[in-house]
Design a protein around this ligand. Structure first.
Ligand SMILES: [Fe+2]
Length: 310
């Protein structure tokens, strides 16, 4: 039995007698009394397996030639939780409109170790079409794997200053989602700042320069591609693109950039929070700047999905 379930842990002290119950991230496996097996879908998430498990075991006992394994799938297969997903989606879209970013907790894609990528794809698809333009994969693991000071944010540890994703592309994706598998043990908090707040109260000269199409970025080496033409940082309709570390500008603009970066970093309206395991941040990439505080924990793992919505 263990040989056929190498990655599963037996649930200790489970009160259902004569049965062995195993679980991984999203599924509970229950041994029944016969040698055949079948798949039965029940709602067991979060950690609410007993009543469903008892029904499966009772069913198995009534049918001695029935299932050996009863598979209780997670909430993404449960009709009731599909309704819950729709309610969450409505709430997230409202919050995105009003606030520019939204959080989903207990999303059901990870236990901090295993990841159910189908759930990641399903949640992401509610908020846009996944883009694999940078890196060639729609679900991009943001985790330390390089140590160079010039490596892009998503492949190294450390701080990420306020920025918008893909500022170096002609058409940045309009949204992105961050799925937290494991937060860092020593920082790595997410930071968010609405563009309209970031741009209000600036010196007139800086404001005017940020509206001019004179800002140009070099794509990170990890993603490659040619530099875009110069673009404005801020637009009349409230959209923004920004990133300070890979600007390709002259020294006078670089000085303005440094001042603007400091203005963002110390902004009193900047929000900061730790994205916990199994939580998702959905963010408007055109109206909200984001960043992260310093961390070094090599086990931190966030899955990023950039999303196109038009
Ligand atoms: Fe980012």
């Amino acid at each position: 039995m263990t040989a056929s379930l190498p990655n599963f842990q037996q649930v200790p002290h489970h009160p259902i007698p004569t049965s062995l119950i195993w679980r991984n991230n999203r599924q509970i496996y229950i041994t029944g009394p016969s040698a055949a097996w079948s798949r039965t879908k029940f709602c067991t998430w979060p950690a609410r397996p007993l009543s469903s498990a008892e029904r499966v075991v009772a069913q198995a006992k009534r049918h001695p030639h029935g299932p050996l394994w009863a598979v209780l799938s997670g909430r993404h297969d449960c009709p009731r939780h599909k309704d819950h997903g729709k309610a969450t989606m409505t709430s997230v879209l409202e919050t995105l409109t009003n606030q520019g970013w939204a959080l989903i907790h207990n999303a059901g894609f990870t236990d901090g170790s295993d990841v159910d990528y189908r759930v990641v794809e399903r949640i992401a698809s509610r908020y846009g079409t996944a883009s694999d333009r940078d890196g060639g994969q729609a679900i991009w693991p943001v985790t330390p794997r390089k140590s160079g000071s010039t490596d892009t944010f998503s492949v190294r540890a450390g701080e990420a200053r306020f920025h918008t994703d893909a500022a170096y592309r002609a058409e940045p994706e309009q949204r992105f989602a961050l799925f937290c598998v494991r937060p860092a043990e020593d920082g790595g908090a997410s930071r968010v700042l609405q563009a309209r707040k970031a741009l209000s109260g600036l010196p007139a000269e800086m404001s005017a320069l940020l509206r001019k199409p004179v800002w140009r970025w070099i794509p990170p080496a990890t993603f490659g591609g040619e530099p875009d033409i110069p673009r404005p940082v801020s637009r009349e309709d409230g959209r923004i693109r920004w990133r300070v570390d890979n600007l390709d500008v002259d020294s006078s603009l670089r000085s303005v950039a440094t001042d603007f970066d400091e203005h963002l970093d110390s902004h009193p309206d900047a929000g900061e929070f730790v994205l916990g395991t199994d939580s998702v941040l959905i963010c408007d990439n055109e109206r909200v700047l984001h960043g992260r505080t310093w961390f070094s924990d090599p086990r931190r793992l966030i899955l990023r999905v950039r999303l196109v919505i038009r």
